[in-house]
Design a protein around this ligand. Structure first.
Ligand code: FEO
Length: 398
C-alpha cells in the first residue's frame, strides 16, 4: 500500500517501517521495530536520498514510483552504503536507467563491491562543499567519515534548511503517528532507543561525531532528516545537545547502574542488597540489571546514560563469568570512557574475577575504579554488613 508522507512543499518521505525484524544487523533487538528512511525532492530535477533495507523494499519502491508519478528520477544521492540503505540501488536503476548516482569516491568503491554490475551507471563524484543544483534547491555535501562508515556524507539543502544526516540523529523504533519527532512524546517513546542506537552503532566514533557537530554549527538547520526514526523540525537544539553529550562521553543523567552476573542467585542477592542500601545513601536513580538476561546493547546504552557502574561478578573457571566478560569486551570495542566503576567479586574457593575485571577496565580511557573492591565468599550474610556498608560509602563518595 502506498504510504509516503510530505515533509515540506516538495520534499517527501518514501521509506518504510519494519516491525517484524527481531534483530537489527542480526544483533540488536528491535522491540519497537525500526524505520528505514528515504527522501524524494520533486524539484525541476528529481532527487532521491538513499534507498532502503531489503525488508521494506516493496514499500520503498512502491512509494518511490507513486511519489514520482509520471516523472523520472534524475538523481539518486547515496549518503551511506551500508546495506540497510543501499540494498535497492540496482532495483532503482532497473526502474530508472538514466538516473545519475551521486556519491563520493569511497561511495563508488563500495558500490563496485556490492554491485559490480552497476559499473556503467551515470555517476557524479562529489567532495566536501561541492553542490548539486536541482532548480529551487541547492544541496551542499558535508563529508562525515566514520560516522560510522568511511564513505558517509550528509547533504544540506539551503532552500529548506534541511540536513540529510545519514545515520546520525537516527534511532531504533518504527514511525507510526507521523514522520515528525514533535508528533511523539520523544523522551518517552524514543529516547532510550535513540541512546541505544547511538551508543552501539556510532558510540565508538565520538571524535568523528564531534567534527560533524562543528560543521553543523555553521549551518542554519531547520530540519534534520535521518535514515532511521522521525524527522526533526522542532527542538533541534535539544537533540543536538544529546549528541554533544553522547559524543563527548558525558553522562546524560545523574545515576548509578548495578550490573550483576549470577549462577544460582547468591551474587544477585548481594547486588540487590547493595542497591537497596545505595538508594538510601546516594540520593539518585539506581537501576539493577541481570547481565545474563539483558541484551548488551541495553547495558551499553545504560553506561552512556549514567556516570557510575557497579559490577557484581562471580568467578567462573578461574576467570570472569562469561556474560560479564562479553560485556567488558563490548565496552572496550565501543571505547567506553570517562566513567567510574566499582567491582564486587564472588568466589567460593578462589575469588579471581575482581582482579581480572580491574585489569580490563583499567585499559579503558579516563576511568576511575573505586577501591577497595568488595569480595564475597559464596554468599553475603549478616556478618558481611559492615563490609557492604563500607562498599556503599565508597561508591557514593567516588
Ligand atoms: Fe542505518 Fe549504518 O546504516
Amino acid at each position: 500500500m502506498i504510504n509516503f508522507k510530505n515533509i515540506a512543499e516538495d520534499t517527501i518521505w518514501i521509506g518504510g517501517s519494519d516491525r517484524r525484524l527481531e534483530l537489527f544487523e542480526n544483533l540488536f533487538p528491535l522491540p519497537n521495530g525500526v524505520s528505514y528512511n528515504s527522501y524524494l525532492v520533486l524539484d525541476e530535477k528529481t532527487v532521491a536520498f538513499d534507498t532502503a533495507d531489503v525488508t521494506v523494499a516493496d514499500q520503498y519502491l512502491e512509494n518511490l514510483k507513486a511519489a514520482l508519478g509520471e516523472r523520472k528520477l534524475d538523481y539518486l544521492v547515496i549518503l551511506h552504503m551500508e546495506p540497510d540503505h543501499c540494498s535497492q540501488i540496482a532495483n532503482v536503476l532497473a526502474l530508472y536507467p538514466d538516473v545519475t548516482l551521486v556519491g563520493n569516491a569511497k561511495t563508488f568503491t563500495m558500490l563496485g563491491q556490492f554491485f559490480p554490475e552497476l559499473a556503467s551507471a551515470n555517476k557524479i563524484v562529489v567532495k566536501e562543499g561541492q553542490t548539486l543544483e536541482t532548480g529551487k534547491h541547492t544541496f551542499t555535501f558535508v563529508m562525515a567519515p566514520m560516522v560510522h562508515w568511511p564513505e558517509v556524507m550528509m547533504a544540506y539543502d539551503s532552500a529548506t534548511g534541511a540536513l540529510y544526516s545519514a545515520d546520525a540523529f537516527g534511532t531504533f523504533g518504527a514511525v507510526d503517528a507521523g514522520i515528525f519527532a514533535d508528533l511523539y512524546d520523544f523522551e518517552k517513546d524514543f529516547l532510550d532507543d535513540a541512546r541505544r542506537y547511538y551508543a552501539n552503532i556510532v558510540g565508538k566514533y565520538g571524535v568523528q561525531v564531534q567534527m560533524v557537530l562543528k560543521k553543523a554549527a555553521k549551518l542554519d538547520i531547520k530540519m534534520i532528516l535521518p535514515l532511521h526514526g522521525p524527522v526533526w523540525r522542532e527542538n533541534i537544539a535539544w537533540f543536538l545537545g544529546k549528541y554533544q553529550k553522547w559524543s563527548t562521553y558525558t553522562p546524560d543523567e545523574e545515576g548509578i547502574v548495578v550490573f550483576y552476573g549470577s549462577l544460582y542467585g547468591h551474587t544477585a542477592s548481594a547486588a540487590e542488597a547493595f542497591a537497596a542500601k545505595l538508594r538510601e545513601k546516594a540520593g539518585c536513580d539506581v537501576k539493577v540489571f541481570d547481565v545474563s538476561k539483558t541484551h548488551s546493547s541495553k547495558l551499553i546504552s545504560e553506561i552512556w546514560r549514567v556516570g557510575k557502574v557497579v559490577i557484581f561478578c562471580p568467578t567462573y573457571n578461574n576467570g570472569i563469568y562469561l556474560p560479564v566478560d562479553a560485556l567488558l569486551h563490548d565496552m572496550a570495542a565501543l571505547d567506553v570512557k570517562n566513567r567510574t566503576f566499582a567491582i564486587a567479586q564472588n568466589g567460593t574457593w578462589a575469588p579471581a574475577s575482581g582482579k581480572l575485571i580491574t585489569e580490563k577496565l583499567s585499559a579503558l580511557k579516563n576511568v576511575k575504579i573505586v577501591e577497595p573492591m568488595l569480595t564475597i565468599k559464596s554468599a553475603l550474610h549478616e556478618a558481611d554488613m559492615e563490609a557492604l556498608d563500607a562498599f556503599v560509602a565508597a561508591v557514593v563518595e567516588a
